[in-house]
Write a protein of this length. Structure first.
Length: 367
């Protein structure tokens, strides 16, 4: 019998280990980039409790909405063809599906790329690419349930090449390539500028930049989010860092003082590295849930950096054409993953949690 030639799939996949006394517990949702549209919800033991099969592959990720439905950021089959790498990160087909997989709402935008946020008022916040100065730039927009634009922010009207130059590891096809958006509790919009390495916060009432956190504080980062303490948490990819080997880290900083208040890196830094995508989520018990996207590794750490739950997505497949011309081989990657409290999902009943899942309180020991 010949060995599996995909190194990651030769290693142990699925649930690696967890400590039931320290983990926050709950359920994990992920949409594998090469899973063809399947979205999985797993319990703390790594067992699948629900599955959606969406009609298009994920452009980016999926979330569970306050009503228990699935919010899905799908890859539009007729997306714009803007430049060679565009197919790697565009989305454009947003869907809301009930627990049976029935599509109850859709919104399409063939110029959408990367991240999106389903806002508490049911609107969508996302980024689109537009032609500007012979290249592509970005507009962040908010649309309502009718698909009407209720707010937009044009990057080139507020940023300049002089102050936000493209980092040397990127070509100039797309500037500033806003790969993450997140609205804070006080209405600011966080934007992650991938090709310039930086995070900014924009006031929606006047479109002004309130604060900025730039390179070398962060390096090619993704997915800034606000914590309950109003600090900012992000996945700092680290494709290129000053005087350092490639490695990723989770970074938490105070936006008012610019002070870094917490970081996570692996004890052997290069062992934790995703050159693209990635996310982090502060959990209800103070732990942090991390998606090391490129390698399909989902894990939870304490504030001391101790890993207390780890899962590797076990399904590997090639990206569809033409993506497989840029990202070759078989992959188990996902853009973002999300953790949900057990009590919250239990409220949605048997339609969501169809398979029997033991409460965390009945699980003892480390598995």
């Amino acid at each position: 019998m010949s060995l599996d030639q995909t190194t990651m799939s030769r290693r142990k996949c699925g649930l690696i280990d967890f400590d039931s006394k320290i983990t926050a517990g709950g359920f994990t949702l992920y949409a594998g980039q090469t899973a063809g549209g399947r979205v999985d919800l797993i319990d703390i033991r790594g067992e699948k409790v629900h599955e959606w099969n969406m009609p298009v592959r994920p452009g980016r990720d999926a979330v569970i909405l306050p009503n228990g439905n699935l919010g899905y950021n799908g890859s539009h089959k007729e997306s714009a063809n803007l430049y060679p790498a565009w197919d790697i990160w565009h989305g454009g087909h947003f869907m809301e599906a009930n627990t049976d997989g029935e599509i109850v709402w859709e919104h399409e935008d063939i110029y959408h790329h990367h991240d999106a946020q389903w806002l508490p008022n049911s609107n969508l916040l996302y980024t689109v690419a537009v032609e500007w100065n012979g290249k592509q730039s970005d507009i962040v927009k908010e649309v309502n349930r009718k698909g009407e634009v209720v707010w937009e922010w044009k990057a080139w009207e507020h940023l300049s090449f002089r102050h936000y130059p493209i980092h040397e590891c990127f070509n100039d096809d797309h500037w500033p390539l806003i790969n993450g958006v997140h609205q804070t509790s006080d209405g600011l919009v966080l934007m992650s500028l991938r090709t310039t390495s930086g995070i900014i916060a924009v006031n929606k009432s006047n479109d002004e930049i309130v604060w900025k956190f730039l390179y070398p504080n962060v390096a090619q980062q993704h997915c800034p989010v606000e914590t309950e303490d109003r600090t900012i948490l992000c996945f700092d990819n680290g494709n290129i860092r000053p005087k350092s080997i490639h490695h990723s880290r989770i970074l938490e900083f105070n936006p008012n003082t610019q002070d870094v208040v917490w970081t996570y890196t692996d004890p052997m830094p290069a062992s934790f590295f995703s050159p693209y995508m990635g996310s982090a989520q502060r959990l209800w018990n103070g732990n942090t849930f991390i998606c090391e996207s490129a390698f399909g590794r989902l894990f939870e750490v304490t504030s001391e950096g101790e890993i207390v739950w780890e899962y590797v997505i076990p399904e590997f497949a090639e990206y569809p054409t033409p993506l497989n011309e840029f990202i070759v081989g078989e992959h188990n990657s996902c853009f973002k993953a999300h953790r949900y409290e057990e009590n919250l999902l239990n409220n949605y009943g048997e339609n969501l949690l169809r398979n029997e899942s033991k409460p965390l309180s009945t699980i003892s020991g480390t598995y």
